[in-house]
Design a protein around this ligand. Structure first.
Ligand SMILES: NC(=O)c1ccc[n+]([C@@H]2O[C@H](COP(=O)([O-])OP(=O)(O)OC[C@H]3O[C@@H](n4cnc5c(N)ncnc54)[C@H](O)[C@@H]3O)[C@@H](O)[C@H]2O)c1
Ligand SMILES: [Zn+2]
Length: 387
């Protein structure tokens, strides 16, 4: 028997601050003073290469804003980070961020600013989390997906061992900024892709958001920012509320509603060697989960068809040839089961705004769902071919 046993609760409190702004780089030193408050010493910025190419004046603007803010923080260097899933390929880019913190004297009192899509935010966040066991990070989200989902969370990580987000950590950002102006140059495929996470959170939690996305679909496809704004903000708010208020921000339990559609999405991304974007993969994963729910009698046929129609109307895919053969896809389910610690917990939607958790999924049910999506795909391509 041990002679001593000390047990006490350990609680960590942090403030989670998010700003939605039309233009984070406008002439507003006051805004940046508020964002940078409490930080001092040296700071580094990493800019997504896609953003850097579209906004060549960004480094100069950032230096000017730092000066105007009067912050006790010196912006030492601005570096480029390969945009997209490429930067999450193993540890090299995250390690580069950590190394740069030492080279530029960035301490736990300073910060790293990550400007870009979800992949760059994940990689830079992970690099900064490793340096000194956690340099504060400011996330400037420049994609629909990062604004409506990923930037709100407390996770970061990279892909390794052929697994999505295999290495990573939980780390709350010092600040999150969602910038509408930077969003304007996001490539169209990624613009559409981000709405998949809005559809996901609407499916799980908010029937009225689901109907709003249905009504806004043509405007979203036309890239109308006035239509996109309320949807992205509501999606970001619902993701944030779930993470901060549901009692399990660090995912210690096995219940993962926000991972709806993600077991298949992550598998398809890996099978595509990271060519299939996350947003599109999640759309396919949701289509699959919805067909599974319909097959199991957990949701109505009408609901399943309504979701498939919505995905198509916002230009998102419901099918990918990598869904076949089933054995390869099924491995993704096993990976998810292992990730959860041995007991599967899939959130399946029963109607917009409601879901149940299932702890088992049979191969015939999975096969039936894949068959349904394949048949739908054949019908659509047949129609396009005029056959
Ligand atoms: N940490 C989390 O909680 C969490 C949650 C959801 C998703 N994610 C991750 O987010 C990533 C997907 O993020 P994403 O959809 O933003 O895609 P992305 O980061 O892969 O970016 C897509 C492309 O758009 C470019 N780009 C981004 N913003 C731009 C802009 N404003 N102008 C021009 N080009 C721009 C990038 O260079 C890239 O080529 C995935 O890796 C996913 O795993 C993380
Ligand atoms: Zn996701």
């Amino acid at each position: 028997m041990p002679e001593l046993n000390w047990q006490s609760p350990l609680s960590i409190s942090a403030s989670h601050r998010v700003w939605w702004t039309h233009d984070a780089l406008s002439n507003n030193g006051d805004f940046w003073r508020e964002v940078l408050a409490g930080l001092e010493g040296h700071c580094l910025a990493f800019v997504d290469s896609g953003v850097a190419a579209a906004w060549p004046n960004l480094p100069q603007r950032l230096h000017e804003l730092f000066q105007k803010s009067g912050a006790s923080l010196h912006l030492h260097a601005i570096e480029s980070m390969p945009g997209g899933e490429m930067c999450k390929d193993g540890l090299q880019h995250a390690e580069r961020v950590a190394r740069a913190c030492f080279e530029h004297g960035v301490s736990r009192r300073g910060c790293v600013i990550a400007i870009g899509g979800g992949a760059v935010l994940d990689t830079v966040g992970f690099g900064a989390a490793m340096a000194h066991r956690g340099v504060p990070v400011i996330r400037v989200a420049t994609s629909t997906l990062s604004q409506g989902d990923s930037a709100m969370g407390v996770k970061c990580g990279v892909n390794q061992f052929g697994h999505k987000n295999a290495l990573g950590t939980f780390c709350a950002p010092h600040a999150v900024i969602c910038c509408e102006r930077l969003l304007s140059t996001l490539p169209f495929e990624h613009w559409l892709g981000g709405f998949s996470e809005a559809v996901k959170i609407a499916l799980l939690k908010d029937e009225s958001l689901f109907s709003d996305i249905e009504s806004a679909a043509p405007a979203l496809v036309a890239r109308n920012m006035d239509a996109a704004r309320p949807i992205l903000r509501r999606s970001g708010q619902l993701h944030r509320d779930h993470i901060l208020k549901s009692g399990d921000p660090f995912e210690q339990g096995s219940s993962r509603p926000l991972d709806h559609g993600h077991w298949a999405a992550h598998r398809l991304e890996a099978l595509s060697h990271w060519q299939l974007p996350h947003g599109q993969a999640v759309a396919i994963g949701m289509a699959l989960d919805s067909c599974i729910a319909a097959h199991l009698g957990l949701c109505s046929e009408q609901h399943c068809n309504r979701l498939l129609h919505l995905l198509q109307s916002v230009g998102l895919p419901c099918w990918n040839p990598l869904l076949n053969p089933l054995s390869r896809l099924h491995e993704g389910l096993e990976h998810f089961r292992q990730h959860l610690g041995g007991q599967l917990a899939l959130a399946l939607v029963t109607a917009p705004g409601a879901f149940v958790e299932v702890n088992d999924l049979s191969l015939p049910a999975l096969q039936a769902a894949v068959n349904r999506l394949e048949a739908m795909q054949r019908q659509t391509t047949g129609r396009h071919d005029g056959t």
